[in-house]
Design a protein around this ligand. Structure first.
Ligand code: PEP
Ligand code: MN
Length: 365
């Protein structure tokens, strides 16, 4: 059973940092990672032991034997340890091994039966539990999972924002859908709310920008996947970063005005900082978009494809406009903005397609 019940999860002056590998793979990997993370400002070491994989055939976690590895992490580094649970058996084994914090994964949060089973198994314990948002954009389902745990008597319940599964292609693995954590925070300002930029980004490039935005939005902390050799990881290889990269990221973030004891402060400075970070993200995304446009230009050149596709552009614009309208953006503004973005893509594609005649401004992307 958890013997550290007096300990509180709630972030104080500094953001709460949870880091560690997506999955516990070997005892040596778990211990070496934890030792490297020990003095980096990380509060809690994470490692998935039971892995909810979207499709069968992928690595599904070490299971019970890895719990003893986490106990060694506690003993040797003094770090708290956290793992994901999805059923009664996981909860019981986690509690028996003195795991400090449990989290419920996004796929499990989407299933009230599974969440209720976990809540029932947790009755009478004092272990903190973090609930990831469900894979679909439903704040009530997220809140409902949190309430099931609270009703079971769990005092320390927090939320993790990890984005939602995109419909179709997206630059993100899971779209951040910032409205979800913002709404949850409005409904429950008392809750600990942390951000998981690793599962939102799905790659190392977008990770820092998401983390910055989360802190600018006054979230209380970050969960970041960390691996000694990210490319060789048995799960989520594209998004993990080394302990050294994490150290650099945290140093960069610590220069930022972070959520402090005054979580609800929204003075002019805070709001300006939020705008700065959001603009930086827009620039990152525009740069990424232009790179993709250039790649499409290269592809067309190599395959001798025709360039002119007015219909494709009209279709895109219509789709973007209706999405923008649903998010309270002005139609004229969005049309002009995308016209400019499109012109710039066309200019780039002309750069790689000098021999293909282009009429008008429409180039299919
Ligand atoms: C994880 O944290 O490794 C994980 C499986 O996350 P999610 O539930 O957000 O997909
Ligand atoms: Mn993962």
């Amino acid at each position: 059973m958890n013997t550290k019940s007096a300990w509180t999860l709630k972030a104080q002056e500094q953001p709460l940092i949870i880091a560690g590998p997506c999955s516990a793979e070997t005892e040596a990997q778990v211990l070496a990672t934890a030792h490297q993370l020990k003095d980096t400002g990380v509060n809690i070491f994470r490692a998935g032991i039971w892995k909810p994989r979207t499709r069968p055939g992928s690595f599904e976690g070490i299971g019970r034997p890895a719990l003893a590895w986490l106990q060694r992490v506690q003993a040797e580094t003094g770090l708290r340890v956290a793992t994901e649970v999805a059923n009664t058996k996981h909860v019981e084994q986690g509690l028996q091994h003195g795991i400090d914090v449990l989290w419920i994964g996004a796929r499990t949060t989407a299933n009230p039966f599974a969440v209720q089973e976990i809540a029932d198994a947790l009755k009478g314990t004092a272990i903190p539990v973090l609930v990831k948002n469900p894979v679909n954009p439903d704040v009530n389902l997220w809140l409902g999972a949190i309430e099931r745990l609270e009703k079971a008597g769990i005092k320390q319940v927090g939320a993790i924002h990890r984005g939602i599964s995109p419909l179709g292609k997206s630059v993100y693995r899971n779209n951040p859908e910032w409205n979800m954590p913002i709404t949850l925070k409005k409904l429950r300002p008392d809750l600990l709310l942390i951000n998981d930029p690793s599962h939102i980004a799905g790659n190392r490039q977008l990770l820092a920008g998401i983390a910055e935005t989360a802190l600018a939005l006054h979230m209380d902390g970050l969960m970041i996947e960390t691996h000694l050799q990210p490319e060789a990881a048995w799960s989520d290889a594209h998004q993990q970063i080394t302990p050294q990269a994490l150290r650099e990221l945290l140093a960069k973030l610590s220069g930022r005005p972070l959520a402090s004891g005054t979580r609800s402060t929204t003075d002019l400075n805070d709001m300006r900082h939020s705008i700065d970070y959001i603009d930086e993200q827009l620039i990152d995304l525009l740069s990424y978009r232009m790179q993709v446009a250039t790649e499409i230009g290269n592809y067309k050149m190599q395959h001798g494809l025709a360039v002119f596709q007015q219909e494709r552009w009209a279709e895109l614009l219509e789709k973007h406009t209706s999405l923008a309208l649903s998010k309270n953006l002005n139609e004229e503004f969005i049309t002009q903005l995308f016209d400019r973005i499109h012109q710039e893509s066309v200019r780039r594609q002309h750069g790689v397609l000098p021999l293909i005649p282009v009429r008008a401004v429409a180039v299919g992307q």
